[in-house]
Ligand binder design. Structure first.
Ligand code: ADP
Length: 496
């Protein structure tokens, strides 16, 4: 099958979060199953393919009754996957992908509309697919355009669309006059299409027009159909419940595996855990707090985007209590300034207890996974979550809130049966989080049982192949006879 991925980030070229890991690993797993996969990405300043060959010099994108022209660059093949980059420096040659800690770039609608149209135009020439698989709001206009402006396009009209929700919290919501600027038909501005409380919602468009919707864990697929987690789009998803599937993300064990991880000081395995102690000492050294006493204390790790979703307010609520517990908390994160400031403050108030680094640092992320004893993810919501799965492979016991993919992937520890891989709590409350961490710290004292729990996690297999096969089943259902909403007629564009 011929599949085009449209995603705004993808490892190893660009990454701010799990979407990039998924786009990279899933495309590779699909290619490994024998499919032809191309990934289309924006060419950011940070992308690092300066010498890529220009394949298409001038792709035309209509905008505000005029035109913009971008080019498409060959990103080469990696592990059987072909990469293409949409090059438009005015939009993508910036210090960040989506915005600064102060907020989103004001022209994000234009940036990702240009990207989405360019993907369609380029795919027409470089190889029209049977499936466009789009990810998150940045590529949400691909299915919208296919069923509106491109509905009669002789090359693309038979392509099916799969849309994956990686996070309902980011929808791409813009003022209504965005539609005419992007030369999209006004009739999209209705309650059953893209209108959302008087604004235009890109994600909603994708949920209405895609042939199939996937969500990155089974639990999150249920959650997003409720008012609590649906961010206002739960009703849209409930209407399409028959075409919504939850598929848990996988782990790229070429990247995240303590047996061959080159970013950690000493490799180790379930059979020989000796190296993990060295990794712990090295982690303490990274934060400048290495000494024999600290090496005996349990270390809790956290690697996170600083965003409201990640449960940071719960940590703030119990910070003073945490500081009194016999443990060290190492935190690596970047993102919203309010949380950056909060952690910097905690680090200052409790030196040696809260060891904080505000940065995006992949090498340190690996060192935390390997060096910590426990890994904390108290998320308010977590569509899939990857770090808890990485943690298990590194023998680092996850402490998670039972939501989304965290709930799907972590089994609660039961000392009576010796089964389970971590600690889970449900109510979103600081007190319950504190009780759960206290319970984990107590369990840590029981060395043989703790080791059993570590090994239970290390044996878990979250590799991508199983999940990739579930995606293929969906593609195969769509390709022979394409269901989904009927094609829309293009309605005359007007400024209204
Ligand atoms: P999300 O996609 O919501 O950010 P996930 O757990 O699905 O959360 O994926 C996060 C990914 O990003 C993981 O690979 C994690 O290691 C990485 N990551 C997040 N923040 C940082 C950071 N500050 N430095 C390095 N890696 C980070």
């Amino acid at each position: 099958m011929n599949i085009v991925f449209a995603a705004s980030e993808c490892v190893p070229f660009s990454k701010t979060g799990g979407l990039a890991d998924v786009a990279g690993a899933l495309s590779q797993a699909l290619a490994g199953l024998g499919h032809k996969v191309s990934v289309y990405l924006p060419k950011y300043k940070q992308t690092g393919i300066a010498d890529g060959k220009v394949l298409l010099r001038s792709v035309t994108v209509p905008f505000d009754d005029q035109y913009r022209f971008c080019s498409v660059i060959d990103g080469g093949r990696r592990s059987g996957v072909q990469f293409y980059f949409i090059d438009y420096p005015a939009f993508f040659d910036r210090d960040a992908f989506y915005g600064t800690p102060a907020g989103d770039y004001p022209d994000n609608a234009e940036r990702f509309a240009l990207y989405s149209r360019a993907v369609l135009e380029a795919a027409k020439i470089l190889g029209p697919p049977e499936i466009f698989h789009c990810h998150d709001w940045q590529s949400a206009l691909v299915p919208v355009l296919l069923r509106t402006s491109y509905a009669d396009d002789p090359v693309l009209q038979n392509a099916a669309t799969v849309f994956t929700i990686h996070n309902m919290g980011y929808q791409g919501i813009f003022p209504p006059d965005t539609l005419p600027l992007l030369m999209l038909p006004w009739d999209l501005f209705s309650l059953d299409k893209m209108e959302f409380w008087g604004k235009v919602n890109f994600l909603k468009g994708a949920l209405v027009f895609s042939d199939h919707i996937t969500v990155v864990s089974r639990r999150y697929a249920q959650e997003v159909q409720t008012a609590e987690y649906g961010f206002g789009l739960d009703g849209v998803l409930r209407k399409r419940a028959g075409t919504v599937t939850g598929i848990l993300n996988g782990v790229d064990y070429n990247e995240w595996n303590p047996e061959k991880d080159r970013l950690i000081v000493r490799q180790y395995s379930a059979e020989n855990l000796a190296g993990k102690k060295e990794c712990k000492y090295d982690l303490l050294r990274q934060f400048g707090i290495e000494n024999a006493k600290n090496a005996e204390l349990p270390v809790i790790g956290m690697i996170t985007r600083f965003a409201a979703q990640k449960g940071i307010d719960l940590i703030a609520e119990i910070a003073d209590d945490l500081a009194r517990l016999p443990m060290i908390f190492t935190i690596l994160g970047s993102g919203d300034k309010v949380y950056q400031d909060l952690f910097i403050k905690l680090g200052r108030e409790h030196p040696g207890k809260f060891a904080v680094k505000v940065a995006y640092d992949n090498a340190l992320a690996h060192k935390i996974e390997a060096g910590a004893d426990m890994f904390l993810m108290p998320s308010r919501y977590e569509p899939s979550g990857l770090n808890q799965m990485y943690s298990m492979r590194y023998g680092t016991v996850p402490i998670v809130r039972a939501t989304g993919g965290l709930d799907d992937s972590v089994d609660p520890w039961d000392p009576a049966t010796g089964k389970g891989t971590g600690f889970k709590f449900t109510p979103y409350s600081g007190a319950v989080l504190l009780a759960t961490i206290t319970e984990a710290l107590k369990a840590f004292q029981d060395e043989p049982n703790w080791k059993k729990m570590m090994l239970n996690g290390m044996k878990k297999d979250f590799s991508w192949t199983a999940s990739a096969k579930e995606y293929v089943k969906i593609y195969e259902r769509l390709v022979p006879q394409k269901p989904g909403p009927p094609a829309e007629k293009v309605v005359e564009f007007s400024r209204a």
